[in-house]
Write a protein that binds this ligand. Sequence first.
Ligand SMILES: C[S@@+](CC[C@H](N)C(=O)[O-])C[C@H]1O[C@@H](n2cnc3c(N)ncnc32)[C@H](O)[C@@H]1O
Length: 362
Amino acid sequence: MSRSEDFEKIHKEISNYVKFSIPNSLLIQGDSLEILKKFPSHSVSLILTDPPYHTTKKRNVYGDTSFEEDQHYLEWMAQYAVEWKRILRPNGSLFCFCSPSMAARLEVLFLEKFNILSQIVWTKPNDPGFDGWKQKMKKEALRQWYNHSERIVFAEPAANGNLHRSYFGNLLRECRKKAGLTMNKLTGIIGAYGKINHGGAVSNWEAGRNVPSEEQYEKIRAAIFKTGKVESMPEYRDLIRPFIIDGTKEFTDVWTFPTIRPYDGKHPAEKPIALLTHAIEATTFPGDIVLDCFGGSGTTAIAALKLGRYAISIEIDAVWVKKTIQLLKSIQKKQYKEFPDNYKAKETMVNTPTLQGNLFNL
Ligand SMILES: C[S@@+](CC[C@H](N)C(=O)[O-])C[C@H]1O[C@@H](n2cnc3c(N)ncnc32)[C@H](O)[C@@H]1O
């Protein structure tokens, strides 16, 4: 099924909850756990989401103080992981923001359903006075290292039966064997011989270590179909998990996007569009469907739409739904302005360094 058909199908299933829509985007108000259950299986390419962290205890973020025990929070997130795995396409990806103190426990929990690929550290290289620490206790008086980062767990749906194999690798092995071709023979047919290991290319692809180019994949399909023993194999974009990073982009798991400075109407946990753009651009094909289950002020949707993806955002709090509607309207009218034009830094926050002279500019 094409992305546009999937998008229409999702729209149909959740139409009762849709608060606002523009072409290519749906904004839903409500409890995302309930709404996710209505989504068709394997309909979304990327889940990029930023749940309440639980540990930060922000009273101004819905759900951040809802859980008495850590375990209750984890049990709640476990229910999301089940739905995320079901909703994601097998070649999809997941980014889940979390606090450093919950990251390890969330990773273990996600491992039931996902392959953890990276634990991204988002350091926040803010100017003094813009680190959210104003008028709080001294950082150096803490009984642990000052927390100057957040974590983003990056994962793919685990292929059935073996966490280390990819969806693509499994399918290639299955089709190649059905076609009666050896790894060596198939490598030869598509001209992908390495200098050292002759069956290497196909063996690496089947083991999920790397992936063929689209052109190589078309040669694989042609060779397998030619045997007459296999009739169909998915399109490249339905099979390969995109990971598109070139030399001009950040390719490490340490991200250094500045946080959003205070402005009237800022979401208390608002994420920078530049960071979200980086995540979406690297892990989706144009036209893919991107879902945020904790949409806040709609930042993920904005980044996705600007990149020509479909965007679905679910948010429970009417205040942030309202702000998202305004942003979606501005996108539709082509009047959306990029950071920093879209905010006014509060005068009071200017030049209020918390740790003057600190080498690392915390
Ligand atoms: C960490 S914030 C996300 C901020 C967002 N990334 C942004 O840039 O604005 C989490 C959001 O999830 C929302 N939320 C909490 N529980 C929810 C639920 N069960 N369903 C949908 N949204 C929920 C909160 O209202 C909050 O806006």
